[in-house]
Design a protein around this ligand. Structure first.
Ligand SMILES: NC(=O)c1ccc[n+]([C@@H]2O[C@H](COP(=O)([O-])OP(=O)(O)OC[C@H]3O[C@@H](n4cnc5c(N)ncnc54)[C@H](OP(=O)(O)O)[C@@H]3O)[C@@H](O)[C@H]2O)c1
Length: 431
């Protein structure tokens, strides 16, 4: 039996669950592998905090940086800061010849380029299965299993909180504000985390990592287009349903004309797309490759236990030595892609235009579209509501985004338009 010595920084939801799982599964791990995992040290902010695990049998370190003075093999970073201590710990651990496992997508999306190079230079693993989609083994699937497939496109629901909010709005006819407060009361997000979740940043962090793995792209967070879900109203969800769609926060990445297009944005998804049936806090990812039309993975995207499962799978990976390239590609072969301009994207769109209740509004709007050769697919007739702005719901056929936005700019200037026009891309499965 080989002994693997690990140190764990951060004993919150994930860190405590990792220890719990290692204790609970000790015999099972011994049955399945030829190593024994020994927790050499632990660290968190407050030593006296009540935890789900008994920490008294492990050596406590006031600073996780002191792990570097031990002979541990792996440092596991589960604190979660984008820079600061988490970054210092990961960087110095690699420099000091330790393998690193982290669940910290924000840190990797912002500093991954430097950290993965450092891991490579020091011939150490920097593994991060838990950083994307919690318990779903998406990283190993891309890195180790379909490694010789050329990925054409990856798309998914990467944030459970926003998916829960959109599901609650749809199923329970709730407003956005009501749904978010329920998500907070259930502990799925806190007011301080909500901006990251609702604003789409958390999903974009994960997509940055995935697009690097899929396309051998240098990690560049600035290549993302990000729109969150805060402008989605219950009415949009209802309208989408009437049109045969569901609204989901979708993250997708592909290479177009040798440029990278990575976008996180609400999208109308047709009901026959498997992502449309992913509800609640679940995450899911669809991968299209040159060899697989569709590979669909769905599961728990967060939660201590599910995320701990991914952390532990990384320990196993290090000692079974599956793929030494932490990003799947050799570090020197990564490509620095330029960003595909969103204005050049051709897509069908859903539009909500809030207008005054006066005659001739619809024909004026459609005449602007006609001038720009924008082809309308459907116009949704909504029942009149007395003394309230009238929503005009339009879906378009495929149109160049720049053309649509220019036309909408003109329409928005009209006095009968009462609010910012809501523009959401639409996936009708025909792209
Ligand atoms: N929760 C999930 O479902 C999930 C899913 C996927 C990925 N992740 C990622 O996993 C990481 C951890 O998340 P979490 O939910 O476990 O967070 P958490 O519950 O907030 O735990 C954070 C831990 O870091 C410790 N910490 C904070 N500042 C520290 C410092 N200066 N020195 C040492 N320890 C410090 C805290 O100590 P105290 O306990 O003493 O306060 C706490 O134990 C994050 O990167 C997160 O994005 C989480």
């Amino acid at each position: 039996m080989k002994e693997i010595k690990i140190c764990i920084a951060g004993l919150g939801n994930v860190g405590s669950s990792v220890i719990q799982s290692l204790v609970d599964s000790k015999n099972f791990i011994n049955l399945k592998s030829n190593f024994n995992i020994n927790i050499l040290g632990i660290s968190a902010k407050n030593k006296n905090k009540k935890r789900i695990i008994d920490i008294s049998k492990y050596e406590w370190f006031d600073s996780p940086l002191d792990f570097l003075n031990t002979d541990c093999d792996i440092v596991i970073e589960l604190i979660g800061e984008e820079k600061g201590l988490s970054y210092d710990l990961v960087k110095n651990s690699l420099k000091n010849g330790k393998h690193v496992i982290t669940a910290n997508k924000a840190m990797l999306a912002k500093n991954g380029s430097e950290l993965f190079k450092l891991a490579d230079q020091n011939n150490k693993y920097l593994l991060y299965e838990a950083a994307v989609a919690g318990g779903i083994p998406i990283i190993k699937t891309l890195k180790n299993n379909i490694t010789l497939n050329k990925v054409k496109k990856i798309s998914g629901i990467l944030n459970g909180t926003t998916n829960y909010i959109l599901t609650m709005m749809e199923h329970d006819n709730l407003s956005f504000d009501k749904a978010i407060s329920i998500a907070q009361s259930k502990g799925y997000t806190s007011p301080s985390e909500s901006e990251l979740d609702i604003g789409g940043l958390d999903s974009a962090h994960k997509l940055t990592i995935l697009s690097s793995l899929c396309f051998g792209a240098e990690i560049e967070f600035k290549n993302n287009y990000i729109t969150g879900i805060s402008e989605i109203k219950y009415e949009d969800i209802k309208n989408a349903k009437n049109l045969g769609y569901k609204i989901k926060l979708i993250s997708e990445s592909l290479i177009v004309n040798n440029k990278i297009f990575s976008i996180t944005s609400p999208k109308l998804i047709s009901m026959n797309n498997p992502l449309a049936s992913v509800d609640g806090v679940l995450n899911a990812i669809n991968i299209e490759t040159d060899q697989l039309e569709s590979l669909f993975l769905e599961g728990e995207g967060a939660g201590g236990k599910a995320t701990a499962s991914s952390v532990i799978s990384d320990i196993n990976e290090i000692f079974t030595n599956i793929n030494v390239n932490s990003l799947g590609f050799k570090i020197n072969n990564l490509t620095k892609y330029t960003k595909f301009e969103l204005s050049n994207l051709e897509s069908p769109y859903y539009l909500r235009i809030m207008t005054q209740d006066i005659t001739g509004v619809l024909s004026k709007i459609t005449s602007y579209f006609k001038d720009s050769n924008i082809s309308v697919e459907k116009i949704l007739q909504l029942p009149e509501t007395k003394d309230k702005p009238i929503p005009i719901i339009i879906t378009t056929h495929k149109v160049k985004t720049e053309t649509l936005l220019k036309s909408l700019e003109q329409i928005e200037k009209q006095s009968f338009v009462l609010d910012k026009i809501i523009v959401i891309p639409l996936d009708n499965g025909q792209e």
